[in-house]
Design a protein around this ligand. Structure first.
Ligand code: GLN
Length: 302
C-alpha cells in the first residue's frame, strides 16, 4: 500500500470538493483562520511519518487537548477521577448545561467540557500546573520543543467563555471542582489554545496506537490505553460519536479548531485538520478524509 499516494489523493479530493460548514466563531480568535486549508499526517508505529496538504501548519488543538490531559491524569491516579466523571456518550452538545444539572454535577464523560474541567481540576491538584505539565508532555512526545500556547486565542476564550465559567461554578456547587474556578478555567483555556500541526499531533499521539509506549518510554499501561481508546471511540466526537464509529471506525478526538486525532491501535496515529465544522463541532473535511482513508486501508477497529 502506498500511503503517501493515498494521502496526496485525499488532499486532492478535499480541494476538488470543499466541504460545507463554518469555522468556530464563538471563540473570536478562531474566526480569522483561512477555512479552506486542509492537512493530514500519519505516524506509523514502525516509525515513518507521512503527510500531505497543510500538514505542517499550526492550528488550535482545542478539545484534542482533552485526550492528553486525561492520559496524564490517568497515569497519575485513575481511581479518584472515575468517581467524579462517568464514561458514557453524552448525546448532547459538548457545552451542555442541562445534562449536568440532571446528573447532579457528575459529567457524562471526560471529553465534554464539564468533564474536561473536572480532569483539569484533578491534574491541577496532582501537578500544581496542569498546563505546564501538558505542554512539556506534548513537546516531548512530538519531538518539537517549540510547541506553545497561542496567547491571543487563550485570551479571547477567557473573555468570552461564559458557558465554561457557568459549567465550572455549577461543578463547584456540587463539590466536583476543588480548585478555585478562575484557576481551573485559566488552565483549561490555555490547554485548548495550544497550537500544533498535524505532524506534531500524529507523532504526539503515537503512544495511543503503540500500546502506551511514547517517544521516551511508557506513558500508560496497555490496559489504560485500551480503555482510553474506548472512551475516545464512544465519546471523543460528542453527539456525532455514533456516526464516527459508523463512518470512520476508529477512536477519534476532535476540537473546534478543526483538528481530529484518530488512532488505529497497533498500526498508526492519524491527525487531520480542516477548519470548517459540521453541526456537532467536528471538522467536516476531517471526517470525510478519515472515512475515505479507513475505507481504502482497512484501518478500522471493526
Ligand atoms: N475551548 C473550547 C470550548 O471550551 C473547546 C471545545 C471543543 O473543541 N469542542 O468551548
Amino acid at each position: 500500500m502506498n500511503i503517501q499516494y493515498l494521502l496526496d489523493d485525499l488532499v486532492a479530493d478535499i480541494k476538488a470538493t470543499p466541504p460545507e460548514g463554518n469555522v468556530a466563531d464563538y471563540i473570536p480568535g478562531l474566526e480569522t483562520v483561512d477555512p479552506d486549508q486542509f492537512g493530514i499526517a500519519v505516524a506509523m508505529n514502525s516509525g515513518e511519518t507521512y503527510s500531505a496538504g497543510n500538514s505542517s501548519t499550526e492550528f488550535s488543538i482545542q478539545s484534542i487537548s482533552k485526550v492528553f490531559t486525561l492520559a496524564l491524569t490517568i497515569a497519575k491516579d485513575e481511581d479518584d477521577l472515575w468517581t467524579r466523571v462517568s464514561r458514557e456518550p453524552s448525546g448532547t452538545p459538548f457545552n451542555s448545561l442541562v445534562q449536568l444539572e440532571h446528573e447532579h454535577g457528575i459529567p457524562r464523560n471526560p471529553f465534554i467540557n464539564s468533564g474536561a474541567l473536572v480532569v483539569t481540576d484533578r491534574l491541577l491538584t496532582l501537578t500544581g500546573d496542569s498546563h505546564a505539565c501538558l505542554q512539556t508532555f506534548l513537546r516531548e512526545q512530538s519531538s518539537n520543543p517549540s510547541i506553545e500556547v497561542n496567547e491571543a486565542i487563550a485570551a479571547s476564550e477567557s473573555l468570552t467563555g461564559h458557558r465554561n465559567a457557568s459549567l465550572a461554578y455549577f461543578l463547584t456547587s456540587y463539590q466536583n471542582l476543588v480548585n478555585p474556578v478562575p484557576e481551573v478555567l485559566n488552565a483549561y483555556f490555555r490547554q485548548c489554545a495550544i497550537a500544533m500541526s498535524c505532524e506534531d499531533l500524529a507523532r504526539g499521539g503515537s503512544f495511543l496506537s503503540r500500546g502506551g509506549i511514547g517517544a521516551n518510554g511508557r506513558v500508560l499501561t496497555a490496559d489504560q490505553v485500551r480503555r482510553l481508546n474506548a472512551v475516545m471511540l464512544t465519546c471523543g466526537t460528542y453527539d456525532a460519536a455514533g456516526d464516527f464509529a459508523y463512518r470512520v471506525g476508529l477512536p477519534c478526538k476532535s476540537g473546534v479548531g478543526g483538528g481530529i486525532l484518530a488512532v488505529a491501535p497497533g498500526t498508526c496515529t492519524i491527525a487531520v485538520w480542516g477548519p470548517r465544522l459540521g453541526k456537532s463541532g467536528n471538522s467536516a473535511a476531517g471526517v470525510t478524509a478519515l472515512a475515505k482513508l479507513t475505507e481504502r486501508t482497512g484501518w478500522s477497529v471493526f
